[in-house]
Design a protein around this ligand. Structure first.
Ligand code: ZN
Length: 152
């Protein structure tokens, strides 16, 4: 059963890395955030539209990276679209907890199932940075919003 689950997770990761969702650049966008992981060579830029109510109405990304980083970014865009900035920040916390906690804590993780496909990266500390890169880019994008808005 665990092996079935593992291969299902691997299938989801492969699927998202081969055909990433929300890939490309949305114009116009209200903010963007960049992530760089020199250890692996992953680079990602997130393009985000946040409305006046603080809801992420649209999000896309460009970049190049390993399968884990691309799949994680693709999953992120699907998950946070339609969420408030606060909800997105909460998901980031849950995701980070999940990939940095001890393996036996995975079942107790509050992260949604869509993100649990990446729980296995915690066995590979180098890969944790690949998986969290786009979440850091999202955080940067959301914190940029005011600065970009006033410069327009
Ligand atoms: Zn990587």
């Amino acid at each position: 059963m665990m092996d079935d689950l593992k291969s299902l997770y691997q299938e989801v990761i492969l699927d998202h890395s081969k055909s990433p969702r929300n890939f490309g650049k949305i114009e116009p966008h209200t903010t963007e955030g960049h992530g760089d992981n020199p250890l692996c060579g992953d680079q990602v830029t997130l393009y985000v539209n946040v409305d006046d109510a603080g809801i992420i109405t649209d999000i896309s990304f460009e970049g190049k990276g390993c399968a884990i980083s691309t799949a994680s970014t693709s999953l992120l865009t699907q998950l946070v679209k339609g969420k408030s900035k606060g909800e997105a920040t909460e998901l980031f916390g849950q995701f980070q907890d999940m990939v940095t906690s001890s393996p036996e804590d995975t079942n107790r993780s509050e992260a949604p199932d869509e993100l649990k496909v990446l729980a296995g990266v915690k066995q590979f500390p180098m890969r944790v940075k690949c998986a969290t890169l786009s979440w850091h880019a999202l955080k940067a994008a959301l914190e940029n919003k005011a600065a970009l808005a006033t410069s327009e």
